[in-house]
Design a protein around this ligand. Structure first.
Ligand code: SF4
Length: 220
């Protein structure tokens, strides 16, 4: 039942927005650093910080591990919360060095559940960041949810109660085939819909989901 509804929602969103290409990065390491720098900020701010690291030829484990906290803070300033984010980046780089000899292949060689646990054990990596790393960098089928997902699911009447990352993610993990391409595209479609139509104040009058959405129906 839920599987059918989720697949139909995917089809409806896909018909509206088409193929969306995530994630804009050249290497898995860049995706990981981008996932940390992108926390609680618009992507364009994280992208500026990434550009600074690239321009200094430091966007690699060896380069970042040579930087002091102050030096890293200066380079990632545009990403916001730069002190905390510098600590998080350093924590990840130190972990990679100490446990995997700077080799992402070694980190990613694990199955999804233990890899997710390991990522979550690193300072500064929460569930959304861990799932972003798993899906986009490690190419493992871990669904990423966020506030856009919550808003849409709640308004469609498929989720009730306060935001709960694990419960929300479980809806997708338990009902969809575990397919990286599907998860990648689905998350991107939800974000696009949340940014353009199902906004904080929903734009139901121009939403293609309105006929099936209890919130959209109420707003008639
Ligand atoms: S009808 Fe309104 S509340 Fe429902 S999904 Fe569309 S924009 Fe969101």
């Amino acid at each position: 039942m839920m599987r059918k509804k989720l697949l139909k929602l995917y089809d409806d969103l896909y018909a509206e927005y088409g193929e969306l290409n995530w994630w804009p990065a050249e290497t898995p390491f860049e995706i990981i650093i981008g996932a940390i720098l992108g926390q609680a900020t618009a992507w364009r701010n994280a992208a500026k910080a990434i550009d600074n690291l690239k321009a200094a030829d430091l966007l690699n484990p060896e380069g970042l591990s040579k930087l002091t906290q102050d030096e890293l803070e200066t380079l990632i300033l545009p990403s916001g919360y730069y002190r905390a984010k510098a600590k998080k980046v350093r924590a990840f780089v130190t972990h990679l060095q100490e446990h995997h000899n700077n080799q992402l292949d070694s980190l990613f060689a694990q199955e999804l559940p233990p890899l997710r646990e390991e990522l979550l054990s690193i300072y500064g990596i929460g569930e959304e960041t861990a799932d972003g790393i798993l899906l986009y960098a490690a190419k493992k089928p871990s669904f990423v949810v966020d506030t856009y997902t919550y808003r849409l699911m709640e308004r469609l009447g498929w989720f009730s109660g306060r935001f709960h990352y694990g419960r929300l993610r479980g809806i997708f993990m338990e009902n969809l085939p575990h397919d990286c391409q599907l998860f990648n595209q689905y998350h991107a479609l939800i974000v696009r819909h949340g940014a353009r139509v199902c906004q904080k104040t929903p734009q139901c009058e121009r939403c293609m989901l309105r006929a099936e959405c209890p919130t959209g129906n109420q707003s008639e």
